[in-house]
Design a protein around this ligand. Structure first.
Ligand SMILES: NC(=O)c1ccc[n+]([C@@H]2O[C@H](COP(=O)([O-])OP(=O)(O)OC[C@H]3O[C@@H](n4cnc5c(N)ncnc54)[C@H](OP(=O)(O)O)[C@@H]3O)[C@@H](O)[C@H]2O)c1
Length: 302
């Protein structure tokens, strides 16, 4: 069924996949974005190009700030589904969207910015736990508001993390998480539920992925063991821009938190719910990344 879908954070890394999936599924798609800063370069140039691409795809661009309550309420009244892929520093700003949705009182589904670990079932070192706590706070605010919602636990975005060969991880291709999210947004079975993306073919250990990559590329990786205590120490001593990703890596790849809990009978697993959808396995993704290396914005730790 064709819906009106508003995406916050659409111009960002994951947001673009959401826009593409929403358009591909025939929804009328809107992007709420901060106004471009004229005359600035770099990120703004990239954003300008992204917005041009969106317009060519038929996306309606709505320029505005998250502080502009009236504007938010106005655009929310025109749509039915809201998806947020806002960046981590903006998690708590989603309280402004929730407040506007309460006033517009017409939203059929809200999917907040998560798409990572199942925040209510993992614990992390302090720099990462602070981000998880903000996601949890948004969950509780949405539940208290009564706004229909779905929380999507996408685990690890595979193209984003393909440079990190560590431990037990669920590697999900960004396109697939976006596809599952847009499907879930209009699915009565996911109403007020958590959608966990844990496809069987995408659960792989460090050694599996390294050995598969080595076979496919014909190259041998030089492996250096970094003790866990060193990683923990770095999360305590390095500045936030490094300690946060280190704590994320520790949680996902060293503690293996994405696989540290069993799925319960009433959990909804994405590849089981949408078994007609042919997701990309981590094995296929290694093929794709060898031909066309993924463009990611994070640095590889040496
Ligand atoms: N599990 C994983 O592997 C994984 C990987 C990547 C991302 N994620 C999750 O996906 C979500 C989105 O992350 P992302 O990396 O796609 O986000 P992002 O690209 O860093 O940012 C998304 C959008 O947020 C807005 N934004 C960014 N910084 C801002 C600021 N300082 N002030 C105001 N607006 C700002 C921008 O939108 P406008 O300029 O258009 O307003 C931007 O396009 C997050 O919840 C993240 O944790 C998960």
């Amino acid at each position: 069924m064709r819906k009106k879908v508003l995406i916050f954070g659409a111009t960002g890394y994951l947001g673009k996949y959401m826009v593409e999936a929403s358009i591909a599924m025939g929804h009328l798609t809107y992007a709420y974005t901060r106004p471009l800063k004229l005359g600035s370069a770099g990120d703004e140039d990239r954003k300008f190009k992204t917005l041009q691409d969106f317009k060519a795809m038929g996306v309606t661009i709505v320029e505005g700030e998250l502080d502009d309550h009236e504007k938010l309420v106005g655009i929310l009244r025109q749509v039915e589904i809201v998806i947020s892929t806002l960046a981590a520093p903006l998690y708590l700003d989603q309280l402004k969207i929730i407040s506007a949705m309460k006033e517009s009182s017409n939203i059929e589904r809200f999917i907040p910015s998560e798409f990572g670990n199942e925040v209510d079932r993992v614990t992390a070192l302090p720099p990462f736990q602070a981000l998880l706590n903000n996601k949890k706070r948004i969950r509780r605010a949405i539940e208290a508001s009564g706004i229909p919602h779905t929380f999507v636990s996408g685990n690890s975005m595979a193209a984003y993390f393909i440079h990190y060969f560590f431990f037990h991880v669920v590697w999900n291709y960004e396109e697939d998480v976006a596809n599952y999210t847009i499907r879930a947004a209009t699915d009565p079975r996911t109403l007020n539920k958590i959608l966990i993306c844990r496809p069987l073919k995408n659960i792989a250990s460090q050694l599996d992925v390294i050995s598969s990559w080595e076979k496919k590329s014909g190259l041998t990786l030089n492996k250096v063991h970094i003790p866990e205590e060193v990683v923990i120490k770095q999360t305590q001593t390095l500045p936030g821009e490094i300690s946060i990703p280190m704590a994320v890596l520790h949680n996902i790849f060293i503690k293996g938190e994405q696989m540290n809990y069993e799925l319960k009978e009433d959990d909804i697993e994405a590849s089981t719910l949408y078994s007609d959808y042919n997701y990309t396995s981590i094995d296929n993704l290694l093929d794709i990344s060898l031909v066309n290396p993924p463009q990611v914005k994070i640095a590889t730790f040496v």
